[in-house]
Design a binder for this molecule. Structure first.
Ligand code: SF4
Length: 316
């Protein structure tokens, strides 16, 4: 215990308003309808959350055909295509939409651009459920996916056509800016959403890590491998100057000896991560080193979203 370390616990971190709402939706649906309730895909990308909800009676499906019609069916926070939405509403007696309202905002904007005759570019990660859901808002081939600056070269929209871009909500702010600049160079008149598509939670977590990671010898982002926003936080910390940054599912995967020579360790978490996982990591360190815990923050978040009507408690 003679080795002492400082842990910089960076905020904003952890649950965003969309994740909080999605988890609450599953819990309230279980209370209202009993178990099981079926959920399209993982409701949010965090293993701990999925296990907890599974223990309470939620069943997560990769294939919506497996959903029985007589049980509630919940659409995940990442949003779904129009096809999945209409299949669910035909197949299931009760469908509850847990799509984050900030993802829905992108869906609505896609439709507006489409109706005004724009060709649409979506900046995002192929195969991510949110991207599949957003592209599936419109008929096939209405949206072109761009993942990198190199992809911008491949966009074949004519320069005299109307063109606009949208983005996935959980991208790296800096990488996305580079892609947008390349698009603007190619299409100077390109349109955009009136408000940023990258959400407040993604943006706040990245800004905080960018500010504090450079002060750390190592940095731990608590989050699951399949979480887009958590992976982006790792990239941001590395780019900010902390090369020794890892993504950690939970404290069981923490190899304490890897941090032996570090004096300052930064810790934060993705938007789908319950804070208990962060506290467990800190407690593991406390069991091995003398820890000086300093909480640092770039500001508080006060965003909340309304629950779907079918789960709201009516106050008379
Ligand atoms: S990360 Fe952003 S878009 Fe995704 S659920 Fe949270 S608030 Fe919504």
């Amino acid at each position: 215990m003679n080795n002492s370390k400082k842990i910089l616990l960076v905020s904003p971190r952890g649950f965003c308003a969309g994740v909080t709402r999605a988890i609450e939706i599953v819990e309230l649906a279980l209370q209202k309808y009993g178990s099981p309730v079926y959920v399209n895909h993982e409701i949010v990308h965090n293993k701990y959350v999925i296990e907890e909800l599974t223990n309470k009676g939620a069943i997560f499906l990769d294939n919506i055909d497996d959903a029985p019609s007589d049980r509630p069916f919940i659409l995940s926070a990442h949003g779904v295509s129009k096809d999945v939405e209409s299949y669910a509403s035909k197949n299931s007696d009760v469908v509850i939409d847990a799509t984050c309202p900030l993802v829905t905002k992108v869906h609505v904007q896609a439709l507006k651009f489409f109706e005004k005759g724009y060709k649409i570019i979506l900046i995002g990660h192929k195969n991510h459920p949110e991207v599949i859901g957003t592209m599936g808002q419109l008929p096939p081939n209405s949206i072109f996916l761009v993942e990198t600056v190199e992809d911008v070269e491949k966009v074949s929209v004519n320069k005299n056509e109307k063109i606009a871009y949208l983005t996935q909500t959980t991208l790296s702010i800096d990488d996305t800016k580079t892609i947008i600049n390349a698009l603007k160079l190619k299409y100077p008149e390109i349109g955009a959403s009136p408000k940023e598509d990258i959400c407040y939670a993604t943006s706040n977590r990245q800004k905080a890590i960018k500010e504090y990671a450079k002060m750390c010898d190592s940095f731990i982002v608590v989050g699951s491998n399949n979480s887009s926003n958590s992976n982006r936080l790792v990239e941001v910390a590395k780019k900010a100057g902390c090369k020794k940054t890892i993504l950690l599912e939970n404290d069981y995967h923490l190899k304490i000896s890897d941090f032996y020579s570090d004096k300052i360790i930064g810790v934060s978490s993705g938007a789908s991560v319950p804070d208990i996982l962060v506290q467990n990591v800190i407690n593991r360190f406390k069991g091995h080193y003398k820890i000086d815990l300093e909480e640092v923050s770039l500001g508080e978040e006060h965003v909340t979203f309304k629950l779907p009507r079918e789960l709201r408690v009516e106050h008379k």
